[in-house]
Write a protein that binds this ligand. Structure first.
Ligand code: SF4
Length: 175
């Protein structure tokens, strides 16, 4: 088993690292804004490539949702699904497109149950991928709110809302 896989299967540490990084970046936001996100994008994007590709098999989508998917990159799903599995998950938990790989969403569900802060985010709907952000810094897009932007048609259709109640999730997780 690779170190990355070992860490992803125990996402509490990754969640803490995410929270610390997010807090630092938000604290630095006034300075970053003064310098200009456009000027900083190359540097941030490089940092994300170096860290997130080996750790999460990151595809540099520019709108990171790791905290909403048990620190499992949803873009590593062959169908790039951002709101749950496709329905073709095999009974053994493998992907229907690539039977060698575990279903990304089956992993995300299991891992999110271990997360203390963001575990319930998996119950929310998330915006579809905005391909115009591909290759840009997800951290800067987060500061700008571009990663959470919903298409107009989704505004009143439940986007960003929790799909099931906390009681229902406890039943599903056998708590
Ligand atoms: S969700 Fe996007 S930015 Fe986050 S790890 Fe996956 S491809 Fe990278």
């Amino acid at each position: 088993m690779s170190i990355a896989r070992w860490l992803q299967d125990r996402p509490v540490g990754l969640e803490k690292a995410y929270r610390a990084t997010a807090a630092l970046i938000r604290w630095m936001e006034p300075v970053l804004r003064r310098i200009g996100f456009d000027r900083l994008d190359g540097l941030f994007e490089w940092g994300e490539r170096v860290l997130k590709i080996p750790l999460f098999d990151c595809q540099m989508c520019g709108m990171c949702n790791l905290r909403g998917t048990g620190m499992t990159c949803p873009m590593s799903c062959p169908k790039n699904l951002r709101n749950g599995p496709c329905g073709g998950v095999r009974q053994n938990g493998k992907c229907e497109v690539n039977p060698e790989m575990d279903c990304v969403w089956a992993l995300a569900w299991k891992r999110s149950a271990q997360m203390q802060t963001y575990g319930d985010r998996i119950l929310q709907t998330h915006p579809p991928v905005d391909r115009s952000l591909e290759g840009s810094s997800a951290w800067l897009n987060m500061l700008d709110g571009r990663d959470e932007k919903m298409p107009e048609g989704w505004q009143h259709g439940g986007a960003g809302q929790t799909l099931i109640s906390p009681d229902q999730i406890r039943v599903l997780r056998h708590e």
